[in-house]
Write a protein that binds this ligand. Structure first.
Ligand code: HEC
Ligand code: HEC
Length: 297
């Protein structure tokens, strides 16, 4: 509530809460007594002979309603709920979350710390550690890389030992998880649709995929002039800038003519988020071992 810039919503909530409480009080108060003459038999009847007396509602039952009103007021004094008033207990959902996170860290931290000084290869051979690594992966990485880590369009497969930006060593994997990475390729609108199509056929020819030989011929010149700087003169890629090998028939996007043309015309801007600060080094170490194990059976 404190996030609202205008004080209007604060007042709006306060007035609504106060009015509803007042309304409850009004309804309960006006129903404490019976109207008309108490103890009189009412003139109407149901089901032929079922009749009712005019009596007040049971006291104990009415008091329950008063209790709910008192509960609401006490609650609103202690906890947040009355507009931007924070309550005297100082409770907040963020505070509770932080407390729970701290408790979890104290409880589970040592489990991860146990592997802190162990070699990645030794951790990969430890079934218990791998179970923990897998659960971490399924919590933090699965939404992009898939439950089986085989990736999806734009999200690399982590099981094939083919790497965008390195050799798949534990150091490379750890640096990637800690700092994230960027995969940026500039767009080449100046090539035009024809040029993009030709170079796409050349790129497909590098992996031995079906292509038009004439177009590939024209494309090879375009490639040498525009693409070789990053992907290498032979198209085998350059891990330093994360330019993938275009000759291995492993595709981050897809090998279709349309997709390659789109990569060339629109460029690419891919990002792996950094997890170092968020997870802390012990969890990153365990995840490194897990990811490493996926391609080093
Ligand atoms: C928001 C999506 C997203 C999440 C979540 C994510 N990644 Fe990634 N990851 C990517 C993208 C995109 C790339 C490729 C970046 C590029 O193009 O250079 C990548 C690349 C990688 C690479 C390098 C692959 C290579 O071929 O060089 C590793 C290793 C990796 N991720 C591990 C992880 C781990 C472990 C986690 C969980 C802690 C994780 N990722 C969570 C999107 C994600
Ligand atoms: C400035 C460096 C750079 C240049 C120049 C460059 N690329 Fe790229 N290219 C990259 C990077 C980096 C990626 C990976 C993007 C990612 O991680 O998402 C990439 C990805 C690709 C892909 C996707 C590969 C896959 O596995 O799906 C294709 C195809 C491609 N480039 C073709 C070309 C062509 C054709 C040219 C020339 C017209 C070219 N690139 C020029 C850096 C470059």
């Amino acid at each position: 509530m404190a996030d609202f810039i205008s004080p209007f919503w604060d007042m709006y909530v306060k007035v609504l809460v106060a009015l509803s409480l007042l309304f409850c009080v009004f309804v309960i108060a006006t129903n404490m007594r019976a109207t008309g003459k108490v103890g009189e038999l009412q003139p109407h009847s149901w089901d032929e002979n079922l009749q009712e007396w005019n009596n007040p509602l049971p006291r104990w039952w009415m008091y329950l309603f008063w209790l709910t009103v008192i509960f609401a007021i006490v609650y609103l004094v202690i906890y947040p709920g009355f507009g931007s008033f924070k309550g005297i207990a100082g409770w907040s959902s963020v505070g509770q979350w932080e407390k729970e996170m701290k408790a979890a860290e104290e409880k589970y931290g040592p489990l991860y710390a146990k592997y802190r000084n162990m070699d990645v290869k030794a951790i990969a051979a430890d079934p218990e550690a791998m179970g923990m690594g897998k659960r971490l992966f399924q919590t933090y990485c699965m939404q992009c890389h898939g439950a089986d880590a085989r990736g999806a369009k734009g999200f690399p497969n982590l099981t094939d030992n083919d790497w965008l930006g390195g050799d798949g060593s534990p150091d490379y994997i750890k640096a990637t998880i800690t700092n994230g990475r960027m995969g940026v390729m500039p767009p080449f609108p100046q090539l035009g649709e024809e040029g993009a199509k030709n170079v796409a056929h050349y790129v497909r020819s590098l992996s031995g995929l079906a292509h038009d030989a004439t177009r590939a011929q024209l494309g090879s010149k375009i490639f040498a002039e525009n693409c070789a700087a990053c992907h290498g003169p032979d198209g085998k890629g350059n891990p330093v800038i994360g330019a993938p090998n275009l000759t291995d028939n492993i595709w981050l996007y897809s090998s279709s003519e349309t997709q390659i043309m789109s990569n060339v015309m629109n460029g690419l801007n891919n990002r792996m988020p950094a997890f170092g600060e968020f997870l802390g080094q012990d969890k990153v170490h365990l995840l490194t071992a897990y990811v490493w194990s996926l391609s080093h059976k």
